[in-house]
Every structure is written in C-alpha cells, then in structure tokens.
Design a protein around this ligand. Sequence first.
Ligand code: DAK
Length: 258
Amino acid sequence: MTYETILLERKDSVGLITLDRPKAMNALCEALFNELASALDELEVDEKIGAIVITGSEKAFAAGADILEMKDKNYSDMLADNGLTKNCDRLAQCRKPVIAAVAGYALGGGCEMAMMCDFIVAAENAKFGQPEITIGTIPGIGGSQRLTQLVGKAKAMDMCLTGRMMGAEEAERAGLVSRVEPLGNYLSVTLELAAQIASYSRPVVTMLKGLVNAALETPLAQGLETERQQFKATFALEDQKEGMAAFSEKRKPEFKNR
Ligand code: DAK
C-alpha cells in the first residue's frame, strides 16, 4: 500500500513508520491517523516484523492534531464525527512492541501518540507538551491521563495547565522517556533496540508487553498473580526450552517463536 502522510519501511525484523507532513510539523490530520492505522495493520500481520519504531523529523515528531482541520468544527460536528476518533488510539492497541523515537516537538496529540507507544527514546532536542489550553481546549487522546500516570500529578498539572514544554532531560528525569540520545543517534539507537526486541521469542515478548501495560491498570496483587501464572506458562513454550538450553550450552539461542 502507498501512503501520503507517512512513510513505511521494513528494516529486516523492524517496521519503521515515519510521520511525513513536513510543511505542517507532522500535524496529525485525519488521513494520517487512518494511514497510521493501516500501516500498523500491515506490520502486525507481517510475520517477519517483531517490533515497530515510529518517528517524525528532526524538527518535529508531531506538533499535535491538525488545528486547521479542526478549527471550524462545532460541538455537534465533534459528536457526530467518527473520522478523527476511529483510529486515534490505534497505536495503543498494537500487539507488537512499538517504540517512539522523538526529536523536536511532540506536542498535544504528538505527545499523546508518543505516550501510546511502549516506550520513548528522545533526541536531545525533543520537547514534549500538552499546549491545548493555549488554544482554548484540552487534551483529547490521553494527555491528561497517560501523562499523569507517567510523570505524576505535579508535573502533569504544571504541563497541562500552563501548556509549557518539557525538554528531553527533564522528560527523562520525570520518567516520560526511557533514554536521551544525541540527535545524530536517536533513530539508529531506537532501531537497534527494536531489532534486539525482535530477536527474542515473539510469544514471550507479547506476554511481557501485556504484563507491563497491565501494571498501570490492575491492582498490584492481581498483577503479581497474573505475572506468576504467565511466568509458568512460558514453560509450555519451545522457546523457553531453547533459551535455557542455549544458556547452559554457552551458545546463542535460536528462538522459533513457539
Ligand atoms: N496543526 C496544523 N498546522 C500546524 C500545527 C498544527 N498542530 N503545528 C504547526 N503547524 C504548521 C504551522 O501552521 C506552519 O504552517 P505555515 O504557516 O508554514 O503554512 C508550520 O506548521 C510551521 O509552524 P510554525 O510557523 O508555527 O513554526 P514555529 O517553529 O514558529 O513553531 C510550534 C512550532 C510547534 C511550536 C508551533 O507551530 C505550535 O505551537 N504548533 C501548535 C501546537 C499545538 O497547539 N498543538 C496542540 C494541537 S491540539 C482527538 C484527536 C487528537 C487530539 C484531540 C482529540 N480525538 C480523536 C478525540 C489532539 C489535539 C491537539 O493536538
């Protein structure tokens, strides 16, 4: 399939999606949300792909939803319109691991989209923010919720209520991003991390991604019990046998994803 607002590449076992609306700072128009959803559909069913990276340009990951596309809509338009809504959180539903590689602006829906990923690698020039309040609205796809889970109430309130941006170093200190890399390296480092994840047993990766995400939504005792059961369940996999045999034989494991 060909896309107009994103680029889709396959780099061995890693799918790379690049948001590509340079004239609008990668603003998230309806077409982009839909194309992103289609690209994720493609990568999810592609057996060669074990992990996905989503990135933008060095200037902007994405400066939010497309304000020009939204500005004249009224309340009833918003209620009736499923166009923007239907694919707006497709990223959060992705079954394969997704890493956001963020340089430049990740604002509004851009920050929200990065937070839908499993983790974020930031370039030194990355700037995160929920500036919706400065244009008379509020976050609509997770900014008030995921940001609060990730950085806590104090910083989330500060960012959402003032609309200020948070630089990469502060974002790493606050727990919004997992690593900060120089601008020249951030994408290659993220692709290497994705390739490493893709080299592991796919069913084990799927279980683990689900468990870590569930930790944000389940009470601790329930999460611990589920983890215990799933740990035991890995012993039903050939890949567990292979992984532990390879360790004892001092060789690299060859996972078969079953
Ligand atoms: N939308 C449309 N165009 C944008 C844009 C945006 N969000 N951000 C930038 N652009 C365009 C500018 O209009 C400009 O276009 P031209 O004038 O050249 O044609 C071009 O990109 C370059 O921008 P600037 O000239 O402004 O560049 P600067 O370097 O001076 O500033 C900036 C960069 C990123 C700080 C600034 O552009 C900016 O503040 N942008 C807006 C940031 C913002 O407010 N974002 C939040 C938008 S609201 C939902 C789904 C999604 C959402 C909510 C609900 N549902 C499905 C329920 C999300 C909402 C939002 O994200």
